[in-house]
Design a protein around this ligand. Structure first.
Ligand SMILES: [Zn+2]
Length: 218
């Protein structure tokens, strides 16, 4: 298959619009979409002190570093995964970013105005469904921001984040977040349905957005 933009060899077909992209156009798509989420949803404001939690990929540092270069934010990184300490430390050193000790005290965390997480669209879908299954819905916890928490990848599929990280050599030793039984079962079910009916995850997110808008209006 050829890239829909430049006719080079395609490496991915996007789920939401069936477009094929080559490596360099996939990088552009990925970075532009994340930056658009940050901009339109006001994830970052001038003067923010951002703590970026890194678990499985260096991708969020790469994106947020641009805001440091543009003199918009200050940035520190905290690594909460296991087994890639050196890789994270080397990357931060090369990019002149402070790597904060992961035993950062609660008081120190309060000094930051934003905390960036790796939460992706798959995680959001799972959490939305789990909250419905267990009748504990709290719309404030979903979407790109929740208090100090910001989720630059919340509109990117897990597969897209993984592919981007793999191609940029940003992958870290896999450190999955702990999931309870219901979360695990929901993720499994979601992946099975997505496989049979591609676009389901986008459908859940879009439906949820509409519902929360209606609730706010109501
Ligand atoms: Zn291309």
């Amino acid at each position: 298959m050829k890239c829909s933009k430049c006719k080079s060899e395609s490496i991915i077909q996007l789920t939401n619009n069936k477009i094929h992209l080559c490596k360099s156009h996939f990088f552009r798509y990925f970075e532009a979409k994340v930056i658009k989420t940050i901009r339109t949803r006001k994830l970052i404001e001038k003067g923010d002190r951002v703590l970026c939690e890194v678990r499985n990929t260096l991708a969020s540092i790469k994106i947020l570093k641009q805001y440091v270069d543009w003199n918009v934010i200050t940035l520190e990184v905290i690594y909460s995964g296991k087994g890639s300490q050196k890789q994270v430390a080397d990357y931060c050193k090369a990019n002149k970013i402070i790597l904060t000790n992961n035993k950062v005290k609660k008081k120190k965390k309060q000094e930051f105005t934003k905390m960036a997480l790796e939460q992706n669209l798959d995680d959001e879908c799972r959490d939305i469904l789990v909250s419905q299954f267990s009748d504990k819905i709290n719309p404030g916890n979903f979407g790109p921001t929740a208090g100090k928490i910001i989720k630059p990848f919340c509109l990117m599929l897990k597969d897209e984040v993984n592919l981007y990280s793999k191609l940029r050599k940003f992958n870290l030793k896999h450190s999955p977040q702990k999931q309870n039984k219901l979360q695990k079962a929901t993720s499994k079910m979601l992946n099975e349905i997505e496989k049979k009916y591609p676009g389901t995850k986008f459908g859940i997110i879009n439906y949820f957005k509409k519902i929360t808008l209606l609730l706010r209006k109501g």
